[in-house]
Design a protein around this ligand. Sequence first.
Ligand code: 7TS
Length: 407
Amino acid sequence: MIDLSRYRKDFPILNQTVKGRPLIYLDNAATAQKPLQVIGTVDQYYREYNSNVHRGLHTLSERATRAYEKAREKVARFIHAPRSEEVIFTRNTTESINLVAYTWARKFLKAGDAILLTEMEHHSNLVPWHLLREEKSIELRFIPVTPRGELDLQHLKQLLDGVRLVSVTHMSNVLGTINPVEVITEEAHAAGAKVLIDGAQAVPHMPVNVQDIDCDFYAFSGHKMCGPTGVGVLWARAEILRDMPPFLGGGEMIHEVHLNHSDYADIPNKFEAGTPNIAQAIGLGAAVDYLSRVGMENILQHEQEIGALAIEKLKSIKGLRIFGESEKRGAAISFEIEGVHPHDIATILDEQGIAIRAGHHCAQPLMRKFNVQSTARASFYFYNVPEEIDILVDALKTAKRLFGYVT
Ligand code: 7TS
């Protein structure tokens, strides 16, 4: 297995005990830990050059503006965006998807148009479209999920008939499945639809190239990729962004304002009203530098190896069922243990210093599809090591014993 354990020393939070045991952090799909390089960059901003961007003519403001715009360039390069002005800083993936729903979709969709989603979407790629449907009589359709946890693309062509937008997750936060977004995009474009990819679980874990995918919109969150909370990204093609009305109105996003009307700044400012998340965006730039040094290919390889090992070892526990058996998958692993409630699993693991998530993972329709209310989920990142899997498996065996399920 590729050894990335040398990077653990960059994450001070990992070097602690919880309930008297060394912390084992396996909740990376919820949020990732931050390396010193990111913490230091945010700290330095507040210590040395905290000031507002794009408006001051003084030295600190110029330095903050340069750093903020540099972060945009770094993010653009990281996802192979052709132009940095196509990168819009938002708060998170949720806001990025809502931005498309509130602006592009409200302007360009009309009654009778359809949006194609999938049964494995996070609520943040479902609820914005429900809200839109309350205003416009659009139709929502769903690509089904197979029992193996993959998208059933057999009837994609028929499903695409009359569809104006396809919005699909790149990687499932529950099943770990990596979806064939290039194939879906090609079919969607052939049918005349635009494509939005929810990359919240993909950008942190694998190389992503928006030009190769050829999608129209791509959304992700900084906090899941070693960056600070409070910053996310919407990438979209420049010509599409220029055609979209603004999302929020206020300072920074205007060209000229009169008492009764205003016209808007060019992209990206048009979509960044008010004082932006300056420290967070600069921190995300540092996270991108850090991940690039580790190497996204290395991260992908490590997670496929550690994910496969974890699945193999988890399967040795009798009564444990894993949700999602796709061969193309990342290292977010959902499971249940017969006779033990997922919340009890998480609580018992916490007693042993192991952090996992239990719940519906903001994917209730997917839970219903698999006939469960909730699952337990262990999700790995490049700083996790194989020894942590053995401790996890032992702790799960303890949970089974405590709850009286004897094999
Ligand atoms: N899309 C996917 C696929 C996600 O996994 C998440 C967060 C989001 C969107 C929303 O991201 P946010 O940064 O806007 O909140 N997923 C999870 C999770 O699996 N556990 O906690 C958050």
